[in-house]
Design a protein around this ligand. Structure first.
Ligand SMILES: Nc1ncnc2c1ncn2[C@@H]1O[C@H](COP(=O)(O)OP(=O)(O)OP(=O)(O)O)[C@@H](O)[C@H]1O
Length: 565
């Protein structure tokens, strides 16, 4: 094993793989793998959330030619386009300070549309800057003084399907408002603690960013007044209108009640907006302004689009050998130099655990995100990925939407996404903000039903879809829909290594369990009802063990599950 330079690299290097698996031979890819950048250089590249000043230091050929663009200290002048879109010199300067000097297409159109008092529906590709497209007009209203001034009554409400996304949106608002000195009171409500804090503070709030479940609970507890909300923004609107969240979103909008009739504006943003969701959303939009950018598809039979232009999409049939074929395919991709960091999507948390075992045994620097781990452990996993300590992050669809992992080079759909929309969002974790990215989708015989819709999206977005694939016999829509709701049951992931987990993994298990115990202890110390909390934690751990999840790799299976405490 030591003879194999790839194995040595996978074990020891912090550098990113720089070879494209598609365009280079295995030998040259390996050679490039050996010339990895330093960990410092890599960590500069890995600003996943795109909101810190590090992002401006990224060494990117496309950007480095524009002087001042990569220098945090020098603020480049903004374009005429930017002045016209933002219409606020203060915000314009703040954006320039963040390295944002010209608007993206969706910003160019959505910012003025929101300012003009419309209900904006914006469908634009992943990574095209939709967050700022609504953050700018909302903060600009606060700047101009037209804000609600009622206790616990926010001026604007932003809903997002997951806690991670809500927190990311919160970071964007906080950064921009502090750069512009808006002095906006921004609250992120996506955990019990945050909701309790809101009640305790009982003060003025300008903007609330929340997950639907937590906001409903907070409202029911009387900690927030939704009666005077001027704007409701639904980020990942199609997901918020889908089964899991519909009831809660409905409750929130009902709580904005009378205001919805006489003036609350409702805005929807996503990279996908299927016709069924459009019909559902129509009733809420009084003064609607639709904005559809590039691949973003709004209505029509295509139903989804929104694939960022620079993502190279590849499909690999791993057919006959089923699950074993997939593991081999992933090993092959890594060996051939698929560019890291890599996000690897699987269908369920159990499969994440199984795949983790396979890869960790190989010596791949891999992590898996799971909802049962403490928030600290989750953040640590992301941080390890961010700094290049971990090359491959295994996740379920909980990480598929909205998260701005700016430096992710490749996405692998280890398991076929459950719908064309899911495909768009998953692969959209790479190729963000005009960067290049690679998306590889593995499929077997049992994926035939979902393959058709996914290939259509790929074809529409300019991917080189093989002729044979386009000739695949169509599947009835109701069969596709059934499959979207209930993806195929897959065989366990496990190759020859299964069962022999190896020293390294055992060590990871020990560390994980130690960190859980520490967390339990910390919880018990920091609460007055410590005993209760500590025994509850222990009970939870026991239950987990009973469920056969002693390796602690329970990745959430649904977005709903993600709303943990
Ligand atoms: N005008 C701009 N110029 C340069 N960078 C920008 C601009 N607008 C946004 N960005 C950056 O682009 C990245 C992607 O933005 P954002 O997360 O808002 O995309 P999105 O369209 O919401 O993606 P998704 O559909 O996946 O949620 C962020 O890192 C953001 O800071």
């Amino acid at each position: 094993m030591v003879d194999d330079p790839l194995r040595a690299l996978l074990r020891g290097c912090h550098g990113a793989a720089v070879a494209s698996w598609k365009s280079k031979s295995a030998a040259s890819a390996r050679a490039e793998l050996i010339r990895t950048p330093s960990s410092a250089a890599l960590s500069r590249e890995l600003d996943f959330f795109g909101t810190s000043s590090k992002r401006l230091e990224v060494t990117d050929k496309a950007q480095s030619s524009s002087p001042g663009r990569n220098n945090v200290k020098s603020v480049a002048p903004t374009s005429a386009d930017m002045s016209a879109a933002v219409a606020s010199p203060t915000l314009e300067a703040a954006l320039a300070h963040m390295g944002i000097v010209s608007p993206t297409a969706v910003q160019r159109r959505a910012i003025p549309a929101m300012r003009a008092g419309n209900d904006v529906v914006a469908v634009a590709p992943t990574g095209s800057g939709k967050t700022l497209a609504y953050a700018v007009p909302l903060l600009s209203e606060l700047l101009s003084g037209s804000r609600a001034q009622h206790r616990s009554a926010p001026h604007a409400l932003v809903l997002a399907p997951t806690r991670e996304l809500a927190e990311q949106i919160g970071r964007v608002f906080t950064r921009l408002s502090s750069e512009a000195r808006v002095n906006a009171r921004i609250k992120i409500v996506c955990s019990k603690a945050a909701a309790a804090g809101l009640k305790a503070a009982d003060g003025l709030i300008d903007i609330v960013i929340a997950t639907p479940m937590r906001l409903v609970a907070t409202h029911q507890a009387g900690a927030i007044n939704l009666g005077r909300v001027a704007h409701v923004v639904l980020d990942e609107a199609d997901e918020l209108f889908a089964g899991n969240f519909l009831e809660q979103v409905d409750d929130v909008l009902a709580s904005c009640g009378s205001q919805l009739k006489d003036g609350t504006r409702v805005h929807m943003f996503s990279a996908t907006f299927p016709p069924a969701i459009e019909t559902l959303a129509q009733g809420l939009l009084k003064k609607q302004k639709k904005i559809v950018i590039d691949g973003g598809a709004y209505g029509g039979s295509a139903a989804v689009g929104g694939v960022a232009a620079r993502i190279e999409q590849k499909f690999m049939f791993v057919g006959g050998r089923g699950e074993q074929g997939k593991v081999m395919a992933v090993r092959g991709l890594l060996k051939e130099g698929l560019r890291a960091p890599i996000l690897l999507f699987v269908q369920t948390k159990d499969r994440a655990a199984e795949l983790y075992r396979e890869l960790v045994y190989d010596g791949v620097k891999v992590e898996a995100i799971h909802a049962d781990r403490s928030q600290q452990a989750r953040m640590r996993a992301v941080e390890r990925f961010r700094t290049g300590e971990v090359w491959v992050l295994i996740a379920t669809d909980v990480l598929a939407r909205g998260l701005d992992f700016l430096a992710v080079e490749s996405v692998v759909n280890y398991d076929m996404p459950s719908s064309a929309s899911a495909y768009v969002h998953r692969i959209g974790r790479t190729g963000r903000n005009g960067r290049k990215g690679t998306a590889v989708t593995l499929f077997t015989e049992e994926d035939r039903v979902l393959l058709g819709p996914v290939l259509k999206v790929a074809k529409v977005s300019g991917a080189d879809v093989p002729e044979w694939a386009l000739k695949l016999k169509g599947v009835r829509k109701d069969v596709v829909r059934r499959m979207e709701k209930r993806p195929p049951t897959r065989k366990r992931i496990g190759g020859p290594n299964r069962g022999s987990i190896g020293k390294r993994h055992k060590k990871e298990k020990r560390l994980e369990s130690r960190s859980r115990t520490e967390k339990g202890e910390a919880d018990s110390e920091s609460t007055s009802d410590g005993k209760k909390r500590n025994s509850a934690t222990k009970g939870k751990q026991t239950r987990r063990k009973k469920r056969g999840a002693s390796d602690g790799l329970n990745v959430a299976t649904s977005l709903e599950e993600e709303e943990y405490e």
